[in-house]
Design a protein around this ligand. Structure first.
Ligand SMILES: *[C@@H]1O[C@H](CO)[C@@H](O)[C@H](O)[C@H]1NC(C)=O
Ligand SMILES: *[C@@H]1O[C@H](CO)[C@@H](O)[C@H](O)[C@H]1NC(C)=O
Ligand SMILES: *[C@@H]1O[C@H](CO)[C@@H](O)[C@H](O)[C@H]1NC(C)=O
Ligand SMILES: *[C@@H]1O[C@H](CO)[C@@H](O)[C@H](O)[C@H]1NC(C)=O
Ligand SMILES: *[C@@H]1O[C@H](CO)[C@@H](O)[C@H](O)[C@H]1NC(C)=O
Ligand SMILES: *[C@@H]1O[C@H](CO)[C@@H](O)[C@H](O)[C@H]1NC(C)=O
Length: 602
């Protein structure tokens, strides 16, 4: 899961989706029991936002600089001056946050005692330290609260002392990604069950481990490990019984390696026979082709695997022979970028319990299996057409036969949306139509989406035709809470056609960035009593002289990158109750208003 520490409004959609995903991706890999099962993403590295002012928390010590971002994280890095590089951990830093990031320093060694003052840190990332060669044993000894530890892209780090992780009694997640580690055997000695009694996730992606032999994981016997990731590790050989010591393993991500199919199948067979009850299997980019590798599905069919990731293999035609075995346990299937050109209506008959299906980055012109997926709630069809004319046919896709709660068609060409395209989708909560080249949404098209909460229409061209044909695009969306209308060349929210947003009476979030709006008035928002957040950045907005947010109780407003030349009394009154505002001329404003908790100066 991506941890977005930046709270920019543009990220809101993602954050919402992530929040929905977090809902399901709990610590253990038991199959999803609710009817809504989004994919379980692999946790990615922390993205450090530079949006907000950083507070210094450590003066420059050994050329290292430490700053605190709100109350969320502390980051220590190499100070600009290369003459005094950051070569040792700055032990004087006062870390008040639970997250600490040590990034892009010239530290060569982490010395015992360096981390003794970090008793309250729960999540620590050591990222991009090119020169880091050695970590002394017992350095984490006093960090008993640490639950997540990440060493990412420290290419000089070739090995670890057996006592490196002593003391991390609460560590749950260890990411050792893209370092110079090359021996599983050496590593597993550091990860013994008595050293890391709570370890449940180990991520070893992007190291090079050519050969994994029978006893490499032996030192981890008795480990509580549930998830093991070894994506892109150059693995050529894996002993069929190598996973035997990892009895609790439930999730295995082993895609993008060079393991021979027979060897891989042997290993999976053996692991299941030994009693390793896999729930999630990631074999992305492993060279599988339609029809050729039936044994894979034979293995999945006899297992309890509920989530199967086969992205970037070759399944050009999905028909009644693609999944030849009955797989009632399969709940989530990821077929991203498998060159799929067509789906036969019988393709998924052996997967009666599928709830999540990802078909992004394929070449489908319609979805032909709507009738065979009675339980599907999450469907991702992003990026299925190219820019050279291909079009995706919604009406032929017959989504109305389904119980979808989430549908994404982002970056798939739709052009015209008509009444029969979606029909009645009474369960749909999130619809993503970003960048679909939509020119027109006819009357009644969205009326059957009574439960829709989030609608993304960013980067289309819907405004001209709305105005020209007097359309009522959003009629029926009385439950909608968030709408994203950025990049649609909207010039005004009110025309002779009426008020664009009138029907969205429950709207809380309104995204209008990157349009061409000059003026707004209180009539534009008159029916939006629940409105809390408005992003109208990157428009041509002028200062306004009479109240706009008269009947609303908005909390956050982004009016940055506009043509506002002065602040009127009406604007000040509009801003009175805001907890957040982003604007160019806010500097003036800060002295006037004391109620605001934090202010962004751009
Ligand atoms: C760290 O832990 C060791 C062993 O438990 C203890 O002797 C030492 O005093 C601790 N150091 C600090 C700074 O708390
Ligand atoms: C892998 O390593 C084991 C143990 O070191 C060795 O016996 C085996 O021959 C190696 N296999 C390959 C294919 O290199
Ligand atoms: C699948 O789960 C069932 C019930 O929990 C269990 O009895 C069975 O052994 C599991 N199958 C495998 C292959 O682990
Ligand atoms: C798949 O469909 C084809 C053509 O409709 C049919 O000939 C074939 O027997 C089917 N295969 C299976 C496994 O049902
Ligand atoms: C769409 O509906 C509105 C309001 O009912 C109506 O005024 C308009 O003429 C309709 N547009 C079309 C193209 O049918
Ligand atoms: C600000 O909030 C107070 C208390 O909730 C309310 O009475 C007042 O009308 C609000 N002012 C504006 C400008 O919305």
């Amino acid at each position: 899961m991506v941890v977005y520490l930046s709270c920019s409004l543009q990220m809101k959609m993602l954050v919402i989706l992530m929040a929905l995903m977090t809902f399901q991706s709990t610590i253990s890999y038991s199959p999803c029991r609710s009817n809504y099962c989004p994919p379980i993403p692999e946790k990615e590295r922390i993205i450090v936002g530079r949006e907000f002012p950083l507070k210094n928390v450590g003066f420059v010590e050994h050329g290292c600089h430490c700053r605190q971002h709100l109350n969320i994280y502390t980051i220590c890095f190499n100070f600009k001056d290369r003459a005094i590089p950051c070569q040792r951990f700055p032990t004087n830093v006062k870390v008040l946050t639970s997250i600490l990031i040590l990034k892009s320093t010239f530290i060569t060694e982490i010395v015992r005692g360096d981390f003794d003052n970090l008793k309250n840190v729960e999540d620590m990332t050591i990222d991009g330290n090119q020169k880091l060669l050695n970590i002394q044993p017992f350095v984490f000894q006093n960090m008993t609260k640490l639950t997540t530890l990440s060493f990412i892209f420290n290419p000089s780090l070739l090995s670890l002392h057996p006592d490196t992780f002593q003391g991390l009694v609460n560590l749950k997640e260890l990411n050792l990604v893209k370092n110079g580690l090359h021996s599983i055997q050496q590593l597993s000695v550091t990860l013994k069950a008595n050293i890391l009694p709570k370890l449940y996730k180990l991520n070893l992606n992007e190291n090079v481990f050519k050969n994994i032999s029978e006893f490499d994981f032996q030192p981890m016997e008795g480990s509580s490990l549930e998830e093991l990731n070894m994506i892109l590790c150059g693995i050529e050989h894996i002993h069929p019984r190598s996973l035997k010591p990892l009895k609790k393993l439930a999730a295995l991500r082993i895609g993008e390696n060079r393991i021979d199919f027979d060897l891989l199948f042997d290993m999976l067979h053996e692991s299941l026979d030994i009693g390793i009850d896999l729930q999630l299997l990631d074999l992305s980019s492993s060279g599988f082709r339609t029809y050729k590798h039936r044994s894979l599905f034979e293995i999945v069919a006899k297992s309890n695997i509920s989530s199967l990731i086969l992205a970037r293999n070759q399944f050009d035609v999905l028909d009644n022979e693609t999944f030849p075995f009955f797989m009632p346990n399969l709940i989530s299937l990821d077929l991203t970028d498998v060159s799929a050109q067509s789906i036969n209506d019988q393709a998924f008959t052996n997967l009666p319990n599928l709830r999540t299906l990802i078909l992004a980055k394929n070449k489908l012109s319609f979805f032909g299996a709507s009738k065979q997926l009675p339980k599907l709630t999450y469907l991702d069809l992003e990026s299925n057409t190219d820019v050279f004319g291909g079009e995706f046919f919604l009406t032929r896709s017959e989504f109305k036969e389904m119980r979808l709660e989430y549908l994404s068609l982002e970056n798939t060409r739709l052009i015209l949306l008509i009444r029969t395209d979606f029909g009645n989708l009474p369960h749909l909560r999130i619809l993503n139509l970003k960048k679909c080249d939509i020119l027109k949404i006819e009357n009644h098209t969205l009326e059957g989406l009574q439960k829709l909460k989030v609608l993304n229409l960013e980067d289309n061209r819907i405004f001209r035709t709305w105005e020209m044909f007097h359309l009522e695009m959003f009629k029926g969306l009385g439950n909608l809470e968030e709408i994203f209308l950025g990049g649609n060349d909207i010039t005004t929210l009110t025309t002779t056609s009426g008020y664009l947003l009138k029907h969205l009476v429950n709207l809380k979030y309104l995204g209008l960035r990157k349009n061409s709006i000059q003026r707004i008035s209180h009539r534009d928002f008159a029916t939006l009593k629940q409105l809390r957040v408005v992003d109208i950045s990157e428009n041509y907005l002028l200062a306004w002289d009479s109240r706009v947010f008269l009947n609303n109780n908005i909390e956050k407003l982004d009016v940055s990158v506009n043509k506002i030349a002065y602040l009127s009394g009406a604007m000040l009154r509009d801003f009175q109750n805001l907890t957040y505002i982003k604007s160019i001329i806010i500097r003036l404003f800060v002295t006037v208003e004391s109620k605001m908790r934090w202010v962004q100066i751009k």
